[in-house]
Ligand binder design. Sequence first.
Ligand code: ZN
Length: 133
Amino acid sequence: MSSERLTKQKQAFRRFFEANREKELTVAEIAEMLKESGNNMGIATVYRAVKRLESEGILVKCINGATSKTRYRYASHDNSIRSVHRVFCTVCGKIVDLPYKFTDKLEKNVADLTGFALTEHQIMFYGLCPDCK
Ligand SMILES: [Zn+2]
């Protein structure tokens, strides 16, 4: 592959992860979403790119103990608190991301209480999804 093409591909990945910075995604989900946005790349190509971005510190690996699927997220270098709120179905393993701004007050309370400068938090709700309940 020419270095120019490699650079273009890298830019496409960066744009993708910047646009999806609140999400934790599997390689398969990344490939699917890239395809939908017109960047049709094979899953092996996506996998290699993700590995490279991880080694460069642009992506961070997150391992979800509940599903044991490896997910990746954009490593944020700004000062905003990264928050992940999800509901997890204990039967089928489905995960739904929730809008992330509903715990501002919680963050402030924790920071006030502990004196910590918070950088990240994760909240997982467990239950049964509409299909399983
Ligand atoms: Zn379910």
